[in-house]
Design a protein around this ligand. Structure first.
Ligand SMILES: [Zn+2]
Length: 280
């Protein structure tokens, strides 16, 4: 499948993906040598955990939701820890990868195909863009190499509530398969566009190998400003924050991380916390 894909005429796209961000052209991408997708362009990741891990007994279990994946907006903990997630993938500033790699900041990316591959018009709320689709999936391989899990955010960013089960399933399963091929690991987390979902979404997600559906408790606006979904406008233990791959992400991210630390919060390892919160 992977070899066939190359042969039928998207080699230029894959070549771009491997080479586009400045400073990475000399590194071989997974598709550069004629080997399999399992020969990743991994650079050494500094040792040490990228985010705090849960203490024993710290996290309360998330209630079971039948046999469907749980829908999670925050992690049930009393510890002052929050989690950073970044969606879509339009703007692909190489400076941000560098920042994540150098500062060991724990983030989870939710990649959406049309954004990553720059098919269509990006969200312009962050200002003029410079790196739209610059590295395509190569950008997400760089994030992966910096320790970032790359999870599922559909192919085309539809309002899933307006789609029937088969169309929802295609959006989720095809994106999971694509991420598996491009990144080397199939995603197990799913974030529905706009936070819109219904029971068909959960059934479809389950059939595509999704173990949890991730929502959020606050969004981060340009300038690093946090827009809370609660009236008292405070960070709360276990909050999941939503950012987007927008212009000026590196600057906004720095402001945000400083703000979180000033308020006495740590940044958590989302995957470790989800594992600790798994329904029992
Ligand atoms: Zn999105």
């Amino acid at each position: 499948m992977f070899r066939g894909h190359r042969v039928i005429g998207v080699a230029c796209v894959l070549a771009l993906a491997a080479c586009a961000p400045a400073g990475t052209a000399s590194r071989p991408g997974p598709e550069a040598p004629a080997t399999t997708a399992k020969a990743p362009d991994r650079t050494p990741v500094p040792s040490g955990p990228p985010g705090v891990k849960p203490r024993k007994g710290e996290v309360r279990p998330i209630p079971r939701t039948g046999d469907l994946p749980p829908v999670i907006s925050s992690i049930p903990t009393e510890r002052k820890v929050v989690f950073l997630t970044i969606d879509d993938g339009w703007e692909q500033d190489p400076g941000f990868v560098q920042q994540v790699r150098d500062q060991r900041v724990p983030i989870t990316a939710f990649a959406m195909r049309d954004a990553v591959e720059a098919k269509g018009t990006p969200d312009e709320s962050g200002g003029p863009a410079r790196f739209v689709g610059a590295g395509k999936w190569g950008y997400f391989r760089q994030l992966r190499d910096a320790g970032v899990p790359v999870e599922n955010h559909t192919l085309t960013h539809p309002n899933l509530r307006l789609l029937g089960y088969p169309a929802q399933r295609r959006e989720i399963c095809a994106a999971a398969k694509l991420i598996g091929k491009e990144i080397g690991t199939r995603p197990t987390l799913f974030r529905p566009p706009f936070g819109n979902y219904n029971t068909d979404t959960l059934r479809a997600a389950k059939s595509c190998g999704v173990s949890a559906v991730l929502l959020w408790t606050a969004t981060v606006q340009p300038g690093g400003k946090i827009a809370y979904q609660v009236p008292d406008k405070k960070l709360r233990p276990g909050d999941i924050l939503l950012l987007h791959f927008r212009p000026n992400l590196a600057r906004d991210f720095r402001i945000l991380v400083n703000k979180i630390k000033r308020r006495g919060y740590e940044l958590g390892d989302l995957q470790a916390y989800l594992a600790a919160a798994r329904p029992r």
